[in-house]
Design a protein around this ligand. Sequence first.
Ligand code: FES
Length: 133
Amino acid sequence: MDKLDREIPLCNLDDLEEQQAIELTIDDRRLFAIRQDNQLHAYWNICPHLGIPLNWAPNKFLDLDNALIQCSSHGALFHIDSGKCIAGPCTGQRLQPVTLRAAEKDYFVAADQTLPAAPLNLREQALADLEDS
Ligand code: FES
């Protein structure tokens, strides 16, 4: 497994409103962070159901009530603060957390953490299959 060999700036807490998300891609791995109760909660953008990205649009990860993370594919719902799935096909599983380091209100993706495998991109795969046929 690859390890992150450097610390990477993510954002300042004041860059985000409450319940707002930010995305970042590091070495082809996508992560997102959501501000809730003046903290950032960060996860790799991989749904535990099928291993594909969760969001339905850039920086859009939450359900209509802005209370839970919702997977755009099959609707699994996750707690923002724990990443635990509480409804849907992967109930009981968890999103993979990203370790952050905070310096005052500046947040960084911490170095020396293990990177997940790059997620599948079913859309790109389908387009590639079409081109090959
Ligand atoms: S891929 Fe996320 S719920 Fe199915």
